[in-house]
Design a protein around this ligand. Structure first.
Ligand code: CP
Ligand code: NVA
Length: 307
């Protein structure tokens, strides 16, 4: 039984396998193949926080594989309030074949995985967003980029998306430079794991230094879901960490600009950059679907031959 709670749950081989499955599923779907490898299977989708991309891509993804989704809002099931996390996990396991959960606390998704007898997928927690990182590296891989030879620069908050990206980057051999304001670096335990995995990671407070020579510049919101009360303080702390035309000019001329979305336009990124020629944010969003279909197929034991 396996779960997908952290980017570090993958290995380089497993990530590359998922890239190949995602590419085959994407190509097959676009060519009109409509197999149903997960016919009769059900995925529960728990969302304690809002979502556009993750909810739609999980729901559409399982349906495209021949299964169905049951959506449960956080307030509806009250994880840890109306019912304990172990009880919810044990009950859900009686009826569904997998659980994808977007939660405030990473402990909640870990608790679900500990007590469920079906696979659990982290659909974003305060600590990680592994499905995003998988789709992001798939987006670079499918462009033929050598992930072990590229330099990725993260500018902004050392947050959940950053954690998953630097963990998967370490597994794939990517050189990563993270630029954050002092006090907003990726968590020390994540940096330690990256180094244990042999990852090439530098953390700096200088966005221009980080962007210099970058093949990819990645940013995300300065205020994540659940941090709204810190918004004013963060706006001030991050004001010199915007991905704008001036910063992009420090990178390689062929630089790709990435953003997981949703964007707070005019804060962490300008309209000109997000909508400009370097941006691949919509490719990332599209690939959430294909990458997650690969994860669901893998964890629920479906065969690519039937897709
Ligand atoms: N990138 C991402 O996870 O988007 P949503 O919050 O809309 O799901
Ligand atoms: N860091 C953001 C990512 C949203 C997809 C958040 O957690 O709100």
């Amino acid at each position: 039984m396996s779960h997908f709670l952290s980017a570090a749950d993958l290995s380089r081989e497993r990530a590359e396998h998922l890239f190949r499955v995602a590419a085959a599923l994407k190509q097959g779907w676009k060519a009109g193949r409509r197999g149903a490898p997960l016919s009769g299977r059900t995925l529960a989708l728990i969302f304690e926080k809002p979502s556009l991309r993750t909810r739609v891509t999980f729901e559409v993804g399982i349906v495209q594989l021949g299964g169905r989704a049951v959506h449960l809002s956080g307030s509806e099931i009250g994880l840890g309030t109306r019912e304990s996390v172990p009880d919810a996990a044990r009950n859900l396991s009686l009826w569904v074949d997998g659980i994808a959960a977007r939660v405030y606390s990473h402990e909640t998704v870990e608790g679900l995985a500990r007590h469920a007898t079906v696979p659990v997928i982290n659909a974003l927690s305060d600590f990680e967003h592994p499905c995003q990182a998988l789709a992001d590296f798939f987006t670079l891989w499918e462009r033929g980029i050598d992930l072990g030879a590229m330099r990725l620069c993260w500018v902004g908050d050392g947050n959940n998306v950053c954690h998953s990206l630097i963990l998967l980057g370490a597994l794939l051999g990517t050189t990563i430079v993270v630029a954050t304001p002092p006090g907003y670096e990726p968590e020390a335990r994540v940096q330690q794991t990256v180094h244990k995995l042999g990852g090439r990671l530098t953390v700096t407070h200088d966005a221009r230094e980080a962007a210099t020579g970058a093949d990819v510049i990645y940013t995300d919101v300065w205020t994540s879901m659940g941090q709204e009360s810190e918004r004013e303080r963060r706006l001030e702390a991050f004001s010199r960490y915007q991905v704008n035309e001036t910063l992009v000019a420090f990178a390689r001329p062929s630089v790709l600009v990435m953003h997981c979305l949703p964007a707070h336009r005019g804060e962490e990124i300008t309209d000109g950059v997000l909508d400009g020629p370097h941006s691949i944010a919509l490719d990332q969003a599209e690939n959430r679907l294909h990458a997650q279909k690969a994860v669901i197929l893998d964890l629920l034991g479906g065969s690519l031959d039937d897709a």
